[in-house]
Design a binder for this molecule. Structure first.
Ligand code: NAD
Length: 344
């Protein structure tokens, strides 16, 4: 494990198997210098434990950067639950996960992620208080997606300000990829702010809804990245900005909520070389973790929203520093984040 390229100085990695429930889980705690390592539990039918380990290490490290950049009193961690097939999870497995998390004594705080839900977090809650994103009827905030979507909207606005020298989004043309929990909410905020929308999703129903409700125009999924627009907003899968897509982009800037948008480190530099301003993904999509953090510490809605609004200023500072130093924005963001969890 220490030789895994994604290891990157993790503080602690726990492997757990529970015979009674069939729980097979890995908890990765990357860094706790700023506080408890908060991160979701991904439930996925990983083909091998090696694949699960690499995924949890990569995701956990990402959470440290996200929490530090959002200036939260949190470190970064993540867990994965290895299941036989998609959806093969039980409430008992989540209770067992809760016991595992409780044994870590607050060093790791679990939340929902791909494959897990607020209802699953309510099961975890029966065994530990170190969980967030539980169902509203159990005292939690539930699905964080609306807050992520609002943070994404703040990010698009800040990016338009820097790239287009525009205050507000009236008449700004945004190409939105993915109309799921986050993408649809973001598209709605954009439409309310007067933006012109071109959208795509592999689900025809979501596209039809955006056309009817938001006045959006649509293109097939394979065309959305190449639409001539002001801003491209990725809100579907990761690694969409790569050697194939970057040369064909026809926008001034990119700002969206998908995780891990750059396929490789070189892709941030490639965007810069093309003069396309990139809002680093983990800065713009921090609304959800801010909301989760608020639940864990009992912050008011007002405090949560105040912190989500600060995404705009954080991006403004990154864009200004990148302009001054000539570096790609993703590299500047990583440096700022690192200075917050690895002080000199
Ligand atoms: P989701 O599954 O609800 O939505 C994803 C949407 O993308 C779906 O509608 C799907 O049909 C669509 N899609 C898939 N492939 C596509 C393609 N090739 N072209 C166009 N559309 C495609 O997921 P979500 O919760 O909305 O998350 C979206 C992204 O944001 C993910 O990358 C996720 O990791 C990231 N994110 C989400 C949150 C959150 O709070 N939910 C927080 C941070 C980051």
């Amino acid at each position: 494990m220490f030789d895994n390229p994604a290891f990157d100085g993790h503080e602690e990695v726990v492997f757990s198997f529970d015979d009674a429930t069939g729980l097979k889980a890995i908890v990765a705690i990357h860094n706790t210098r700023r506080g408890a390592a908060l991160g979701g539990c991904r439930v996925w039918p990983y083909a091998t434990s090696e694949e699960a380990l690499t995924d949890v290490l990569r995701l956990s490290r990402g959470m440290t950067y996200k929490a530090a950049m959002a200036d939260l009193p949190l470190g970064g961690g993540k867990s994965v639950m290895i299941v036989a097939e998609r959806g093969a999870k039980t409430p008992a497995m989540f209770e067992a996960l809760g016991e595992l998390v409780d044994g870590l004594d607050g060093r790791y705080v679990v939340a929902e992620d791909v494959g897990s839900s607020p209802a699953d977090m309510s099961c975890v809650r029966r065994a530990t208080r170190h969980v967030t994103g539980v169902l509203p009827e159990d005292g939690g905030v539930g699905d964080p997606s609306p807050t992520t979507a609002y943070g994404g909207f703040i990010a698009v606005r800040a990016t338009a300000r820097a790239a287009l020298k525009r205050e507000g989004l009236s008449g700004v043309h945004v190409a939105v990829q993915g109309l799921g929990n986050v993408g649809y909410g973001l598209a709605r905020h954009l439409a309310e702010a007067g933006a012109r929308l071109t959208v795509a999703d592999i689900s025809p129903d979501r596209v039809a809804k955006a056309e009817a409700e938001l006045g959006a125009t649509s293109v097939p999924p394979e065309e959305i990245a190449f639409v001539e627009a002001d801003i491209f907003s990725p809100n579907a899968l990761g690694a969409g900005l790569n050697g194939e897509t970057i040369p064909r982009l026809a926008v001034a800037a990119i700002a969206g909520c998908a995780n891990n948008q750059l396929a490789t480190e070189a892709d941030g530099a490639a965007l810069k070389a093309r003069g396309i301003l990139y809002a680093p993904d983990y800065v713009g999509n921090a609304g959800g973790v801010i909301k989760m953090c608020g639940e864990y510490f009992g912050w008011s809605d007002r405090e949560v929203m105040r912190r989500v609004e600060r995404i705009g200023a954080q991006l403004g500072a990154i864009f200004a520093e990148a302009a001054a130093t000539g570096e790609p924005t993703d590299r500047v963001a990583d440096r700022i984040a690192r200075s917050r969890f690895m002080p000199a």
